[in-house]
Design a protein around this ligand. Structure first.
Ligand SMILES: [Zn+2]
Length: 157
């Protein structure tokens, strides 16, 4: 079991599900977008924004009852919030906690914004981007050098 932080009190504990913590401040709504959470679902979703944290200045947090994240969802969160942690909750306790991983090269998650890029042609070429700046994210296409920023990436999610 991991120590629950004081700020957890902002939102009622969830019984089973996922807590995404250490989201860069102001990005919680982008995380909800990545997860296709609109608020029309029946499960409980808690969102806390701009809370003071020990490690980083301010952060956001999202708690989702009854949901575990798919690996591709975690990879997308890493793109917009490289310090986020994913906590799996069972019976009100954290049973697993891991940091998202932002690799140096992003393969297949983001499409290149250049329509004539080979990765957008009919050829079976998977998109590859190199991470130029971690936060806010900036990617450079391996094939055509087009840069993709956070807002360009979020449009695709
Ligand atoms: Zn490209």
């Amino acid at each position: 079991m991991f120590q629950a932080d004081k700020y957890e009190l902002y939102v009622k504990k969830i019984k089973n599900g996922t807590v995404i913590d250490h989201i860069s401040a102001g990005y919680a709504l982008d995380v909800l977008k990545i997860l296709n959470i609109t608020g029309k679902e029946s499960n409980t979703v808690g969102v806390v924004m701009n809370v003071q944290s020990k490690n980083i200045e301010k952060k956001d947090m999202v708690k989702i009852e009854g949901r575990e994240l798919k690996p591709e969802e975690v990879d997308k969160i890493a793109l917009i919030s490289p310090n986020a942690t994913i906590n799996i909750i069972r019976e009100y306790g954290v049973i697993d906690k891991k940091k998202v991983n932002l690799p140096k090269d992003i393969k297949g998650i983001v499409e290149c914004g250049n329509p004539s890029c080979i990765s957008n042609s009919k050829e079976p070429v998977r998109s590859i981007f190199h991470v130029q700046i971690v936060e806010p994210i900036q990617l450079r296409c391996h094939y055509c050098n087009r840069t993709m920023e956070r807002k360009d990436i979020l449009k695709q999610f």
